[in-house]
Design a protein. Structure first.
Length: 218
């Protein structure tokens, strides 16, 4: 089994959450908030939602969809918002634009429902990401497999999902290293195809264990 020219360096990650001064009590106010909020807020309510609710495989995949359903009782709009697959976005601007487009279209075609007052307000939040390298590095697939067992859920989410925004590619840190450093493109492909919507984070990790063990046994 090949040794990498450059090791995989794991990091631990934590988020400092801040509640902003933007709130929404109607769909038009949610639209205003989506237009004005920071990229960090879009990240918090979409990408980071999957990390916060990593133990769930059912329900809505972002906070906007969940609020539209629970507070505005607009299931049709909630389904449209949750249908956005964040794995397809390399820039938060594009994700914001699609959220706005869906909400605008619904608001225009359902004018009466759009003015409905929410049962509770939506509070726009954002997080500051803090990353710290951990004293582990993997030069081989065996070493990677060993350290993966010690990785926290938030760190796994950082390397596996939110890395797409950092890399600007429809892939993740693990697949990049498998392909570029170990010369294992099939393992990289299988890893990148793990579905984070039908798996919990631990379920995704278990899938990755399975793929690595198959490679090591080959």
């Amino acid at each position: 089994m090949k040794n990498a020219d450059h090791p995989f360096r794991f990091v631990t990650v934590s988020y400092l959450t801040r509640i902003g001064n933007q709130t929404a009590r109607t769909l038009p106010e949610l639209l205003d908030g989506l237009e004005e909020c920071s990229d960090a807020s879009i990240f918090y309510h979409t990408f980071q939602t999957l990390g916060r609710h990593h133990f769930l495989t059912e329900g809505f995949s972002n906070d906007f969809a969940q609020w539209v359903l629970a507070a505005l009782n607009l299931p049709a709009l909630a389904e449209q918002l949750t249908a956005l697959d964040i794995r397809g976005y390399l820039a938060l601007t594009d994700l914001r634009n699609d959220l706005l487009r869906i909400a605008h279209d619904f608001s225009r075609s359902h004018a009466a429902e759009a003015e409905r007052a929410a049962f509770e307000p939506f509070h726009f939040c954002e997080s500051v990401e803090v990353t710290v390298p951990v004293p582990w590095e993997a030069w081989t697939l065996e070493e990677f497999r060993h350290w993966l067992e010690h990785l926290t859920t938030s760190s796994f989410h950082y390397h596996f999902l939110s890395s797409r925004l950092r890399l600007g590619l429809r892939t993740n840190d693990f697949s990049q290293w498998f392909a570029n450093e170990l010369g294992l493109p099939e393992l990289a492909k299988r890893t990148n195809q793990v579905d984070v919507y039908t798996n919990t984070i631990e379920g995704a990790r278990a899938q990755l264990y399975k793929f690595i063990d198959m490679e090591l046994a080959a």
